[in-house]
Design a protein around this ligand. Structure first.
Ligand SMILES: [Zn+2]
Length: 504
């Protein structure tokens, strides 16, 4: 039966009664899922292992750069946890990333006009200075005028380059970010010693903090690129603004592998009791950066995923459909693990209902984002309304394109993001402050419980939450939401001209 849609103009006449009563989305109180959710709430809040998982991952495994020995150890740890809690079909799904990378020394020293240590850390998948370091004058390059900077790149030979953001940007931020990659390649070829460009031309957040990270999807650069603390970077900028040329010495030593390195997603399931072939994926990413413990990015998502799985297992409840828990790796290099998952499971994507991801750190969940699927917002609201006494939770249809939700949204499936408070995450994100101390156990526990409730409800409700959209419909939706430019720029737009207006 087709749902009757009221236009705004006839709303007064038409009203809510025109929506057929039997098509109003049902919440847990009406769809039969409530008794199981009550049990999950109790186990999740009173008997949670989420913070224990996070403690082990942070203190006993440590930082988990994709393809590194510690990341491989984390895979083994994840498999052991999933097996111990009794998940089914526990296994790893191997894939490779284009190149491995290991951080070495990153020392900086201001030599003139005054003298002190500079606080720097290398960006991921960037290169090294000559052995023992090199010294040079520091010159500014404008992130907002990269066309000219690339044209005049020979002036950077033997210099340390400080990225600044001056004037108005002459293009969109995605375009600037992509062109920054071109600039780094050109600066490296021209013989620049290093580039201070961790946050592009922007200041590092937090007191005496650097933030590492990758500079593009699956990209590496021969020139060392460093993140510098805001305190040091501001001082250097002030000198340059006054016409003084500062001089510094950098010693940055990183190592690339010669070829691809192996990594793996960790997978375990609670098989569905009625329609096991229908799958809802729930996860976070197991890999991290390496300046600290990788707790909030994304140990927190790993711990909520495992905590949610363990909670559901301990209730003894089995949902109608399969919940597949996935700890992705390679997220930090360009969502490599979730893209690998889509390739590995191409044949069964039609049977997927979407995925549910937590990857914005330590903060409380405050809503759910449906990843481009406005059609499922009313159904999901029926779920969050049932939790209104616990917390007000927003539901919208936004796409989160910065984590493992994106490959699902691009495939026409709901990549559902757990929207979080992020006030503290700005400091811990990819920094030396990303430590266990940043995560409050009660917040993590409730996030894990919410994840368990949402996962179970989606998998168990009588009606299937979502089916995969056609390529045409998905391409149109992605274009309408402004995702095309970025996906195209990062070479992950899969739809050619599909969905484009004829007169484009
Ligand atoms: Zn992350």
């Amino acid at each position: 039966m087709k749902r009757l849609i009221c236009s705004a103009a006839v709303l007064l006449l038409c009203g809510a009664s025109a929506v057929w009563a039997d098509e109003r989305p049902k919440g847990p109180a009406e769809d039969g899922t409530m008794p199981a959710l009550v049990k999950i709430m109790g186990e999740g809040q009173l008997n949670s292992h989420a913070f224990q998982y996070l403690t082990e991952l942070s203190d006993d495994v440590g930082p988990r750069v994709t393809g590194s020995a510690l990341e491989h150890k984390a895979e083994e740890w994840g498999v052991a946890k999933m097996k111990a809690m009794g998940l089914e079909n526990v296994h790893t799904e191997k894939y490779t990333i284009w190149k491995g990378w290991t951080r070495g020394a990153a020392d900086g020293e201001l030599l003139a006009p005054t003298h002190h240590k500079l606080h720097i850390d290398a960006m991921g998948w960037t290169g090294s200075t000559p052995a023992g370091g090199a010294e040079g004058d520091i010159v500014a390059a404008n992130l907002f005028d990269l066309d000219n900077e690339i044209k005049n790149v020979s002036r950077l030979k033997g210099k340390i380059v400080l990225m600044v953001a001056k004037g108005k940007p002459n293009k969109g931020f995605t375009a600037i970010f992509v062109q920054f990659g071109d600039f780094l390649k050109a600066a490296g070829s021209a013989g620049a010693i290093a580039v201070i460009g961790g946050q592009g031309g922007f200041k590092s957040q937090g007191m005496n903090l650097t933030h590492t990270g990758i500079l593009g999807f699956d990209n590496d650069y021969a020139v060392p690129v460093v993140s510098m603390t805001a305190e040091d970077q501001s001082q250097i900028e002030r000198y340059i603004d006054r016409g003084i040329t500062p001089r510094a010495r950098f010693n940055v030593q990183n190592t690339f592998t010669n070829g691809p390195v192996e990594t793996a997603n960790v997978v375990g399931e609670i098989r569905g009791r009625e329609r096991p072939e229908e799958i809802f994926v729930v996860g976070g990413h197991l890999d991290s950066w390496d300046l600290a413990q990788g707790t909030t990015d994304n140990g927190s998502g790993t711990a909520t995923t495992l905590g949610a799985a363990d909670t559901i297992k301990r209730t003894g409840e089995r949902p109608r459909r399969t919940i597949r828990f996935v700890l992705f790796t390679g997220e930090e290099q360009g969502l490599d693990g979730s893209f690998a998952y889509m390739r590995e499971h191409k044949a069964e994507l039609k049977n997927h209902l979407g995925n549910l991801i937590l990857d914005a750190g330590q903060g409380a969940v405050k809503g759910f984002q449906m990843g481009g699927r406005e059609d499922i917002v009313p159904a999901f609201e029926a779920f969050t309304k049932a939790l209104a006494n616990l917390r007000e939770l927003s539901v919208d249809d936004k796409i989160e394109d910065g984590t493992d939700t994106l490959p699902f949204s691009v495939a026409g499936l709901p990549g559902i993001n757990m929207l979080q408070e992020t006030a503290d995450y700005g400091f811990t994100h990819h920094s030396a402050a990303d430590s266990l101390i940043a995560q409050k156990p009660d917040v993590l526990t409730f996030n894990a419980t919410l994840m368990a409730l949402a996962a179970y409800w989606v998998a168990d409700r009588p009606e299937r939450l979502a089916t995969q959209w056609s390529a045409e419909k998905t391409a149109k939706m992605l274009r309408d939401r402004g995702e095309y430019e970025e996906l195209k720029a990062f070479n992950i737009w899969p739809y050619g001209d599909l969905g484009a207006d004829k007169n484009d």
